[in-house]
Design a protein around this ligand. Structure first.
Ligand SMILES: Cc1cc2nc3c(=O)[nH]c(=O)nc-3n(C[C@H](O)[C@H](O)[C@H](O)COP(=O)(O)O)c2cc1C
Length: 329
């Protein structure tokens, strides 16, 4: 997830059972500029495996140059993005707008496959809008271009991150290709993951917003799939302990100032579904030092109570996605 899946986030989720993680999406154009930000996005370590890198682009020259720069980095999967709905991306002909031109997408994927030293996958959506659902055709072309798996977010570009996830469209993709299909969309609980697999026949599921402030989802999914049971939700003390660890990782990686700022949004997500946290969230979003943030976490530990009436955890993710979409517009 762009803006989220940095090394600390990946390592924390891996410690809870996340089996494969991706670096934040990287624009092929930006790779050429060798910015500090791109370097940080690509930072990894021996424990951070298997690791995927995701490339965004639509111009063969930039893609060639980008692939050349990427070849100096160690990763296991190269994913090509044909799913990003943000206007600043689609108006350049990148991301989800490639769904409108499956032939061009096929050529770009073939180029990436030719240049890549590691297996190539492609992330798509069901189509551009409800009038142009074409994920099956697109997936066949992606397969013909030599990709070894396809990730399908079961929404159209027009839907953004809201509205119903189209399990039928993902099931059609699964029937149309022989490469593995990894399904995405509203995987907020193990039960939803199970339903996605049962409805679509997909080979795996992708957890996105379901992991925001919720690394436990990976452990819960493992237990649910192996034993059919769900472990109890983490207590306030467990959440506080994990927040301290996540903060430590953020500060270790980004340095104190940026690490604390980067952790602020996670505080909001970790504390979702608890009573009387509004003032703590205000304190967290103004915290500037590790000590200040640690104090807020400890206050959460000593005062917070779960709110059983809170609705599904997806709400926070929805709000986040809306905010990001607004930012991008
Ligand atoms: C903040 C945010 C950033 C995202 N960044 C990316 C990205 O860089 N590349 C990508 O393929 N999908 C990205 N996605 C989409 C997710 O991978 C996923 O397909 C989508 O959120 C649907 O899954 P969910 O409903 O379980 O969250 C992002 C989603 C969110 C909310």
């Amino acid at each position: 997830m762009a803006g989220i899946s940095d090394l600390p986030f990946r390592m924390l989720n891996r410690s809870f059972g996340c089996e494969c993680a991706f670096v934040e999406m990287i624009n092929a154009r930006c790779l050429g500029y060798k910015s500090v930000k791109t370097g940080q996005m690509l930072a990894s370590g021996p424990e951070d495996r298997p690791l995927g890198v995701q490339l965004l682009g639509c111009e063969p020259d930039f893609i060639r140059r980008g692939m050349d720069i990427l070849s100096a980095h160690v990763f296991d999967i190269l994913d090509f993005n044909a799913a990003c709905p943000e206007r600043k991306v689609t108006r350049r002909g990148e991301g989800a707008s490639l769904l409108k031109d499956p032939v061009k997408l096929q050529k770009l994927v073939a180029l990436v496959v030719k240049l890549s030293k590691v297996p190539v996958t492609v992330k798509i959506r069901t189509g551009w809008d409800s009038q142009s659902i074409n994920a099956s055709e697109v997936a066949q072309r992606i397969q013909d271009a030599g990709a070894c798996a396809v990730f399908v977010h079961g929404r159209t570009k027009q839907q953004g991150y809201g509205g119903a996830v189209d399990h039928c469209a993902i099931a059609s993709v699964k029937k149309s290709v022989s490469i593995p299909v990894i399904a995405s969309g509203d995987i907020f609980t193990p039960r939803r993951a199970r339903a996605m697999i049962d409805d679509t026949g997909c080979d795996a599921v992708l957890v996105a917003r379901g992991a925001l402030g919720n690394p436990w989802i990976f452990r819960e999914m493992e237990e649910y799939f192996e034993h059919g049971s769900l472990p109890p939700r983490p207590a306030v003390g467990d959440i506080s302990d994990v927040m301290h660890e996540h903060l430590r990782l953020c500060v270790g990686f980004h340095g104190e100032r940026t690490g604390v700022v980067s952790f602020r949004k996670f505080f909001i997500w970790y504390t979702w579904g608890h009573h009387s946290v509004r003032h703590l969230r205000q304190h967290a979003t103004s915290a500037r030092t590790v000590e200040q943030m640690q104090k807020v976490i400890e206050e959460f530990r000593s005062t917070a109570r779960p709110d059983s009436k809170s609705k599904d955890g997806q709400q926070i993710g929805m709000r986040l996605a809306d905010a990001l979409a607004r930012d991008a517009a």
